[in-house]
Design a protein around this ligand. Structure first.
Ligand code: GLP
Length: 259
């Protein structure tokens, strides 16, 4: 197990640290395949990454961006399309062209078939080098809703009420949130050569504690990150369960506290 915990004083410090880690990975391996979450947490990190790209800190002409999840029944040009969100905040600022984007829209066919094509495309590109993840309020990764196990593959899932509620804040109301999504499988995520989990805000504190504490369980899919090879958790002070954390996970990890 190699889990590194990094606690920052603020969301801004978390974002700067995350952008630095991601930028260093791109600089080190320009052919990198990056699986990237949408959601609010990574937004400021992506902003800093775009700025670093503009100042030529690294070369993005050979990198690939892989979409983490997408709603079923939502076209690529729908305002709610997660691929559109990803393009606005990450893909375009990094000048990654369409040929280097792996999405659930990359193939025609029904959602089931798209999942298979998505997996095959990732495999053909050598797998994921870096996964940038947020933490769902119910412990989901991508849309691997509880219960999810490490062997769960890329698939269509029915969204839980908790996810529909949290996603409603992105699009207006619960009625705007589709009922189903396609998600990168737990197997794809956990096989990433490096994983970065970003967690911000006091509303994530309890689920972060459950992610790091006790036995890994399908009820908190993110808890399986403790069994993955190379994971860095960057949490801001508000999200950090701190003294409440008793786990072996915490005891065996390097905890780095940043200003
Ligand atoms: C969403 C997405 C995830 C995202 C997570 C956290 O529902 N499916 O990919 O990482 O929940 O979102 P946020 O960063 O907005 O809290």
């Amino acid at each position: 197990m190699a889990l590194e915990l990094c606690v920052t004083e603020s969301y801004e410090a978390l974002s700067l640290r995350a952008a630095e880690v991601i930028g260093d990975e791109i600089a080190r391996s320009p052919n990198i395949v990056v699986l990237a979450a949408t959601g609010r947490t990574p937004l400021q990190a992506y902003k800093h990454l775009g700025d670093a790209c503009d100042s030529a800190a690294f070369d993005t002409t050979r990198m690939t961006v892989v979409q983490l999840d997408e709603y079923v029944g939502v076209a690529a040009d729908d305002r709610r399309a997660l691929i559109g969100w990803s393009k606005r905040v990450l893909i375009d600022p990094l000048h990654v062209d369409d040929g280097r984007v792996v999405s659930f829209h990359g193939a025609d066919g029904d959602p089931e078939e798209r999942c298979r094509t998505y997996d095959a495309t990732i495999k053909a590109r050598g797998g994921v080098d870096l996964a940038i993840l947020g933490l769902g309020p119910n412990g989901h990764l991508g849309f691997n809703e509880p219960p999810s196990r490490p062997s769960d593959t890329t698939r269509i899932v029915r969204l839980t009420e908790a996810s529909i509620e949290s996603n409603a804040s992105y699009w207006g109301s619960v009625d705007d949130v589709p009922t189903h999504a396609m998600t990168a499988g737990m197997d794809v995520i956990l096989a990433a050569r490096r994983i970065l989990l970003l967690v911000s805000g006091s509303h994530k504190r309890e689920i972060l504690r459950r992610t790091l504490d006790g036995e890994a369980t399908p009820d908190v899919p993110a808890s399986y990150l403790r069994e993955a090879a190379n994971v860095t958790v960057i949490a801001d002070r508000d999200a950090w369960p701190g003294d409440d954390l008793e786990t072996t996970a915490a005891a065996e990890t390097a905890i780095d506290v940043l200003a």
